[in-house]
Design a protein around this ligand. Structure first.
Ligand code: ADP
Ligand code: MG
Length: 401
């Protein structure tokens, strides 16, 4: 167990500068406007908690991959008005990160106001966890709060290095909630425990497949991931998205899976997905035409997977069931989302993880109707596969009182 902000005493917060690592790695539009504020929203509870106890939040985040040099298109200035609007207190932006000016502004920050510093990845040394940079970061606060769950699988100066020089170092409320939800899946989940995996990136998800083959009662495979399994079974997949490099692993997993693993019973295929009105038909997995592309799970699969998911007492779902960004191919993903909502309603514990999966459940309007939507794509997967993350390890241990 790690120490969280809630384990800090009033005197550890009042008047102190709380240096908070947040994950504001948000998608920006052409004019630098924030196109999805979910990650900003997710930090509001921690920031309110700190403000209410008269701590003075100074925020650090990365945005994009500027590779150690400033890039105006990746400035956190874009985030400032959005955060101010959500939080309802003044949010100031400082166009540098570890500078004397940033330090001075952190010291002068009044209570009930927030200071947001510039992109940590504008600095050389952030992603290599340079210790001198970590020392300069550590001066910006009197205590460290990590609420950037989506960045905790990276050992960077602002996630790990800083904890070598600044204590207390505690989890924010978002990180605490993430660890609790994912921890339940790793501990003793109520059964049946159903895992649904889709999306595109098999190679990233192999450790997860292995992990859950042992722990789950049923593993439902969909999305482009299923195509690679069909290839491994020797079927023709036409022009479907496959991961050729993962076919051998898929074979190994199929051999080991026994009856636990389910593949789609039918697939929605199209000849030309870019046609104005793509002509879709539903076929058996061994009947995918050479020229066609599988873009969604079919009706029979939706029904079969729906039955399993509704029955689950614990559900983990990562990866959309099809090319859900296209409305015409989103039905399979939506059907699974509906089943997840139903499972939650009948007191199942349901966790959705993964960047695109989280987007899919929000797009379907169901995010509030499942138990937990994990904000960290890679971080959630790595935590589930390995049981720990560098950024989590680095925090103070909770003391048993
Ligand atoms: P997550 O971010 O939830 O972990 P991934 O990144 O692995 O998920 O995969 C999500 C992507 O996979 C989405 O962009 C989705 O459109 C794509 N996808 C899923 N199924 C298919 C398919 N059958 N054909 C093409 N793309 C697919
Ligand atoms: Mg993704």
């Amino acid at each position: 167990m790690k120490r969280s902000v809630r384990n800090l005493g009033a005197e550890e917060l009042a008047g102190r500068r709380a240096l908070v690592r947040v994950d504001y790695n948000v998608p920006l539009g052409a004019d630098g406007e924030v196109r999805d504020a979910a990650r900003i929203e997710a930090t509001v509870p921690t920031l309110r908690y700190l403000l209410k106890r008269r701590a003075r939040p100074v925020l650090l985040s990365h945005l994009g991959r500027p590779h150690g040099t400033p890039d105006p298109r990746l400035s956190l200035a874009s985030v400032r008005p959005v955060l101010e609007h959500r939080l309802g207190v003044p949010v100031h932006f400082e166009a540098s990160t570890d500078s004397p000016r940033a330090l001075e502004r952190s010291r002068r920050l009044p209570e009930e106001e927030v200071l947001l510093l510039e992109n940590t990845r504008f600095l050389n040394g952030e992603t290599t966890d340079d210790d001198e940079l970590a020392v300069r970061f550590a001066r910006l606060g009197d205590l460290f709060v990590n609420d950037a769950f989506g960045s905790m699988h990276r050992a960077h100066a602002s996630t790990v290095g800083i904890t070598r020089h600044l204590r207390p170092a505690v989890a924010g409320l978002l990180v605490e909630a993430e660890l609790r939800a994912l921890g339940t899946l790793m501990g003793r989940p109520d059964r049946p425990f159903v895992v649904a995996l889709g999306g595109a990136k098999i190679a990233d998800k192999i450790p997860l497949l292995d992990r859950f083959l042992d722990r789950a009662d049923a593993l439902l495979i969909g999305g482009a991931m299923a195509n690679t399994f069909f290839l491994a079974q020797g079927l023709q997949t036409g022009r479907s998205l496959v991961e050729a490099g993962s076919v051998q692993v898929a074979k190994r997993i199929l051999n080991r899976a026994g009856g636990k693993l389910s593949l789609p019973l039918d697939l929605v295929v199209v000849d030309d997905p870019d046609a104005e009105r793509p002509v879709a038909e539903t076929v058996a997995p061994d009947r995918v035409p050479d020229t066609a592309m599988a873009v969604d799970i079919g009706e029979r699969t939706r029904h079969a997977y729906g039955v399993e998911v509704r029955r689950a007492r614990t559900l983990f779902w990562n990866g959309p069931m099809g090319w859900f960004e296209r409305e015409a191919f989103a039905a399979g993903t939506r059907a699974l989302a509906e089943a997840a909502v139903e499972a939650t309603r009948t007191r199942g514990f349901t966790v959705i993880g993964g960047g695109d999966s989280a987007r899919a459940i929000r797009q379907a309007g169901f995010a509030e109707r499942v138990s937990f939507v994990s904000t960290g794509g890679g971080a959630s997967l790595e935590y589930l596969a390995r049981g720990s993350l560098p950024g989590v390890e680095a925090l103070d241990d909770a003391t048993v009182e």
